[in-house]
Design a protein around this ligand. Structure first.
Ligand code: MRU
Length: 339
């Protein structure tokens, strides 16, 4: 598996995902602003991963700039690099908490690096547990459709949706994967396909608009996607187009699953209408692997995410177990049970 982030002592390198699978280029994060820019420009992407990179970027910043008020400010800034994924805000909050806990045996940067590594490790462990829990979703050897990239490149570790696929394949419960290409950034074609190919899992890439046709032909047994933010009632923000897949799944009586660590659930919001949806520049429509396809001044509409209403979701898989509807009650119960 390719590591999206590498830490050597107090140096942090991230894989530039814009060029995958063509080239595997790592760039060094030398300060919090480098982290901010890498997240904003989608050098790194995927909800859990941007949280991990934000924490490390702030840890790197603390080496040359151990001034707590300015680190708090940087944390606020980096937390806004992308607005939809709650994991990013959660990571910045955890960093701020870490700043309050001075350790007399460690310098500030040593202490926050320790915390960043702990945070990172927790995310990796969560993906393993989600994969194990997700295995219970399969009642037969299944053909699974997934969207965007919710793999190791988006999370570190096994991935969320793709972690379940990986583990399911290893245990003989996944037969084949359909990876939607995921316009316009092509996370499916470039990243999910790359991960599945590397692991030797049988897959086919499909254009996003092929999903419904395959469902109608009964070629898909389950849909599993990741999430950027889940509201208390289960409404789920994920890559734009997820909602379309959920509607198609319902129409074709195919179970639609969401996989995410509990840190993706935003218990402070009641429903999906409160989730801020990122809008990106339409320039990304006209580029492929950093090459401009053609010159244009067309206007575009480019929401990076949409919200799938909870009533279209069959279950949410977390590291603590599978949550079934009604999500409002059962997500709260899960939170209570683990405390
Ligand atoms: O815009 P991206 O590539 O950051 O979007 C990523 C997704 O939508 C993923 O499905 C989500 O972050 C879950 S990743 C485990």
């Amino acid at each position: 598996m390719v590591e999206p982030v590498i830490v050597e002592g107090q140096r942090v390198f991230v894989l530039d995902q814009r060029f995958l699978p063509g080239s595997k280029k790592y760039i060094e994060i030398k300060c919090a602003d480098d982290g901010f820019q890498a997240i904003k420009d989608m050098v790194v992407r995927g909800a859990p991963l941007i949280g991990v990179v934000a924490f490390y970027s702030l840890a790197v910043e603390s080496i040359n700039n151990p001034d707590v008020p300015s680190l708090l400010k940087m944390a606020d800034k980096i937390g806004k690099a992308r607005p939809t994924a709650v994991n990013l805000k959660f990571a910045c909050k955890e960093f701020k908490k870490a700043l309050q806990k001075a350790d007399k045996n460690l310098s500030l940067s040593e202490m926050v690096f320790e915390k960043a590594k702990e945070f990172h490790k927790k995310e990796v462990v969560a993906t393993q547990k989600m994969a194990e829990n997700g295995l219970k979703l399969f009642t037969k050897k299944s053909r699974v459709l997934t969207y965007c990239n919710a793999g190791g490149l988006a999370t570190t570790g096994l991935g969320t949706a793709l972690g379940i696929v990986r583990y399911g394949y290893e245990k003989g419960m996944v037969k084949e994967v359909y990876a939607c290409e995921t316009r316009p950034y092509l996370q499916g074609l470039r990243l999910t396909a790359f991960e599945l190919y590397t692991d030797g899992i049988p897959f086919k890439v499909i254009c996003d608009n092929t999903a419904g046709f395959l469902m109608k032909q009964k070629k898909i047994d389950a849909v599993i996607v990741g999430a950027d933010r889940i509201a208390s009632n289960g409404d789920t923000a994920n890559k734009i187009g997820t909602y379309t897949l959920a509607v198609l799944s319902k129409e074709n009586k195919i179970p639609f699953y969401v996989a995410a660590p509990l840190s993706t659930v935003d218990f402070s919001i009641k429903d999906g209408s409160k989730i801020k949806i990122e809008e990106r520049s339409g320039d990304e429509f006209f580029f492929f692997l950093d090459k401009k396809i053609f010159d244009t001044s067309y206007e575009t509409i480019y929401f990076a995410f949409d919200v799938t209403p909870a009533n279209l979701i069959s279950a949410i898989v977390t590291e603590y177990g599978i949550v079934k509807p009604p999500f409002f009650r059962n997500l709260k119960k899960l939170l209570r049970d683990i405390k």
